[in-house]
Design a protein around this ligand. Structure first.
Ligand SMILES: Cc1cc2nc3c(=O)[nH]c(=O)nc-3n(C[C@H](O)[C@H](O)[C@H](O)COP(=O)(O)OP(=O)(O)OC[C@H]3O[C@@H](n4cnc5c(N)ncnc54)[C@H](O)[C@@H]3O)c2cc1C
Length: 260
């Protein structure tokens, strides 16, 4: 099977993030592969192990390629980085356009993506790529069963109070949810091999696109303002013993926090 996995590098949850201006964030240089994308890579690798073929990891990023190297260390065969200065200012639609432009001539059976990116949390890119390519997509899958790829696949989703089982013809795009599998931890040798692996780079012109088609100029959504979360009030310790401490707590919840 010919499988492509869309991967995004996102800030580490422990990275310091400051609001630099209304539309700009200052993010500490600590990134890792989007949590949900590892389920997608693992699902692709499992299918390759069963049916043969190739897994390619694909990203749009102007700087970082660690997510691609993680994919190679896990077992992906190839890694592609779409990079172009004109991509600065991109929204989800512009990113999807660049990805779809790369994929449109490829003989893929399956495209896998994460359920959502842990930084922007939009969950748009996967379905948008599928729409642009005119292929079916199923979101937040928890199960993927393939007996014969030519006959299509069975996918399982969690819905309120239960599960939904769908059949889907290929080629298709699925976004992957926690629970689909247990992503493998790459072996040290593979991590070292991945550090040296060649990452193929493509710019917008190579995809037949211009800055007006994909990138900042094509963005339909623009950030108007970033607001930092409200500052947390300092912790107040209640030093009295029972039952005075309970009375004080209730008083504080009523009069200061105003939550009861
Ligand atoms: C070069 C560049 C410049 C940018 N400039 C700006 C900017 O100026 N202002 C701004 O607000 N935002 C900017 N962004 C961020 C961008 O709008 C979003 O990060 C991006 O569109 C993905 O949206 P999301 O994170 O909400 O992904 P979601 O839709 O939540 O992601 C779901 C899944 O889609 C796939 N996916 C998402 N993004 C990518 C990707 N880049 N490559 C491959 N697969 C992906 C992954 O599988 C992911 O799990 C820029 C991004 C890039 C790459």
């Amino acid at each position: 099977m010919e499988i492509y996995v869309l991967v995004k590098q996102v800030p580490d949850p422990e990275a310091l993030i400051k609001v630099k201006s209304d539309s700009e964030l200052e993010i500490e240089n600590k990134y890792f592969t989007n949590f949900f994308d590892e389920f997608a890579i693992e699902a692709g690798l499992k299918l390759k192990e069963k049916f043969g073929g190739k897994v390619t990891v694909l990203t749009v990023d102007n700087k970082k390629v660690d997510a691609l190297r993680r994919g190679i260390a896990m077992g992906a065969d190839d890694a592609i980085q779409i990079t172009d200065p004109a991509l600065e200012g991109s929204d989800q639609f512009a990113i999807a356009k660049a990805l779809a432009a790369y994929l449109k001539d490829k003989p893929f059976d399956l495209i896998l993506a994460g359920r959502q990116a842990m930084d922007d949390d939009a969950g748009i890119v996967g379905p948008a790529v599928a729409e642009l390519l005119g292929i079916p997509h199923v979101n937040t899958i928890l199960g993927l069963e393939v007996d014969d790829p030519k006959k299509g696949v069975k996918v399982i989703r969690e819905v309120e109070g239960g599960k939904e089982i769908l059949s889907c013809s290929l080629p298709a795009l699925f976004t992957c949810q926690k629970g689909l599998n247990n992503p493998r931890i790459p072996q040290v040798m593979n991590v070292m091999k991945a550090m040296k692996a060649q990452i193929k780079k493509m710019d917008l012109a190579a995809l037949g696109l211009s800055a007006a088609d994909a990138g900042g100029q094509a963005a339909k959504i623009k950030v108007q303002k970033y607001l930092p979360p409200p500052k947390r009030l300092p912790v107040k310790m209640i030093k009295e013993d029972f039952p005075e401490n309970v009375k004080t707590l209730v008083k504080l919840l009523r009069e200061e926090a105003k939550v009861i």
